[in-house]
Design a binder for this molecule. Sequence first.
Ligand code: GDP
Ligand code: MG
Length: 358
Amino acid sequence: MFRGLVNRGRSEHAGPARVDGSSDVVVVGVGSAGSRIVSLLSMEPVLVDRFAYVTCDRDDLSGAREGSKLILESRVDQKLTPALVRGLALGSMERISDVVRGAATVFVVAGLGGATGSGLSPLVAAAARDAGATTVGVAVMPFEFENKMKFYAGTSLKRLREASKGVIVIDNDTLLRSAPEDSTLTDLYASANREAVNSLSSLLSRSSQTSVPVGLNKLLGTVLQSGYSILGVSSSGSVDKAEEALAGAVLSISKLAEAKDASRAVVMLRGDISISAGDVGLAVKRLGPMMSAESVDVEYGVNYSGTSQLQVSLLASGFTSTKYDEYDPLERILAGRSIDDEMEVALHGCLDRLPSCD
Ligand SMILES: Nc1nc2c(ncn2[C@@H]2O[C@H](COP(=O)(O)OP(=O)(O)O)[C@@H](O)[C@H]2O)c(=O)[nH]1
Ligand SMILES: [Mg+2]
C-alpha cells in the first residue's frame, strides 16, 4: 500500500544528531550490487532522507531514481581491480565527500568481491566518517560458488570494518530462498536483492499503519558494536511459521559465526495482518535459547506489508570472528600476528605453514 513512497522531507526519526543539528540519514549504494539494492530500497517507505550512488559503470544506475549519482569512469579499457578503482577515486575524493556531506548517519551498501564495491566502499565509509557521520557498512558477501570473489571480499570487509562504526554482513547464500535449477546469475541476483530489500526495508521501516518499527536508535544500538553484526533471513508459510522462520534465520547466522557469541539482536517479522502478538512473543522468547546465547538483548518490530509467508530478519551483533576471516589466506596464516617493522618476529612460528612455491 505504501510502496513508492519515500520520505524526502526532514527526518521524523530521532537518530544521532550532528553538531550542526542535522539528523539526516543517507544510504549510499556502491558498485553494481550496491547500486541495484539501494535503487530498490529507495522505492520503499523507509527512514531514509537521501539516497546516493557511487560506481564505475553507468549501467549500474539504470534502476536508480533520484539522488546524487557519482560515476568514476576508467579512461583505460581494462578489467578493474579494487586497487585500480581506489586509484581512480584518488582524484575524486572531494566529490565522494560531497555525496555524504551534512549526513548524521550514513549506510554504505556494497557487494564485496568485485572491483568497485570492494575498492570504493571503505573509501566512501571513511569519507562519511571524516565528515562527522555515524557510518555503517552493509556488506553483501559472495555466493559460496563465487570462489574467485572471496579474496577481495574478505580483505575489503576488513577495510570496511576499520572505516565504519558498525558493519552489517549479509551473505548472498542466506538470501536465496529457492532458485529453480535453470536460473541465470541475473535471476539469482534479482531474487537475492528482493529478499535483501524486504529485510532491510523492514529494519529501516517508518512508523505507519502497516508497521511497528524498530526505530533508528535501537537499530544502531545493535549495530554499533565492535566486531560484526550479521543479518540472517528466513521465511516460512507453515503452521508454525514464526518458530520455523526464526530457526531458519538463526541457522543462517550459525553458518557464518558462533551464534552463542551474540550479545544484541533485532528481530523483525514481516508478513500479513495475521502476525499475532503471540508470534512476536515467541520470537523474542525463543531467540536466546535457539542461539544458545546466555544473555542476548532483543529488540523487535513488525511489518504487515508482506504476504502470508512470514519473513524473519534477525540482525545479531557481537561477533568478533566470522567465516569470512578465512577469505583472506594471509590473515589465516598469520593467525592474529601482523606484518610490521618487526616482520621476522611477527612471522616466527608460522612460516612453516606457508604453501611451498614449487
Ligand atoms: N545480492 C546481489 N549480489 C550481487 C549482485 N551483483 C553482484 N553481486 C555480488 O556482489 C559481489 C560484487 O559484485 P559486483 O557488485 O558486480 O562488483 P562491482 O560492481 O565491481 O562492485 C559479487 O561477489 C556478487 O556476489 C546483485 O545484483 N545482487
Ligand atoms: Mg560492477
